[in-house]
Design a protein around this ligand. Sequence first.
Ligand code: DOR
Ligand code: ZN
Length: 344
Amino acid sequence: MQTQSLTIRRPDDWHLHLRDGDLLSAVAPYSARQFARAIIMPNLLPPVTTASAADAYRSRIRAAAGEGFEPLMTCYLTDQADPDELERGFREGIWVAAKLYPANATTNSAHGVTDIARLRPALERMQRIGMLLLVHGEVTDPEIDIFDREAVFIDRVLTGLLRDYPELKIVFEHITTADAAKFVAEGPSQLAATITPQHLHLNRNALFAGGIRPHAYCLPVVKREKHRLAVRAAAVSGSPKFFLGTDSAPHLRETKETGCGCAGIFNAPHALESYLTVFEEERALDRFEAFASEHGARFYGLPLNEGTITLEHSPTTVAEAVDAGASTLVPFHAGETLAWRMTS
Ligand code: DOR
Ligand code: ZN
């Protein structure tokens, strides 16, 4: 018999871009409706590199999201990352992790790290104090094909990080390939990964379906079908190393639908319904709660949430666009109907 409703512990989003100002006000309520907590990405302009900037940003997020939503802040690592500042912000409870963007890998990453060797003092300190490292796992070498950048990152960077910092907890963010799924599944217990809804639903044909599709463009870019299937298998495997991280990354419509469109998919409005559709298709509804509400918190060493949410098997039609001040955002699954609906 078909499952009609699913009640699970309140979930968390372990990878989220909320932006700032008017855009923050427009998007934060969508995440707050579904998630108790979220790891907030620090790639603002300028990036969030100090504890005081993170603290102020956290206040703005709380004001935009309302009661009952806890932003978990991260520090943006640069070549100049200061171990003392990292430790101070961590001990004061301002941030829980630091994000490594290889320089110019993606949106607002110009200040990112040019050479991992320069991070040694920061990473040694993080390892010592138990602060997590979150990585955007793509090399930026222009010689490397964009579809291979994640797999090459494993060989050129991640393997060495795990070897050199065996006690450092690392989250390989938004994995997109069979290579990454296998590497994480078979890797040491210090390593875990987040998985987005778009990498479960889309393969690279989606970028060119009947014409160029800017709203299917994110980084890491969606890959071949065999990779999508491997990432789906990882998500529903029940392994505690894989957990929910939407990477919802809003960009105004006019900055996506243009000659050089921004990378990022705004999936916040129906993230849970989107994931749940996949778990149902994979006959793994019984594993959804652990993926959405348990594995991430355990890996971060944080308590599980109290309270529950309920999703019902009833159709949700996704809007073609949502308002964001003077402009609009085109959400993931725009105009489609999803089989599930979050009711409470
Ligand atoms: O598609 C993406 N968008 N990937 C990222 O890594 C960054 C994000 C953004 O901030 O827009
Ligand atoms: Zn991201």
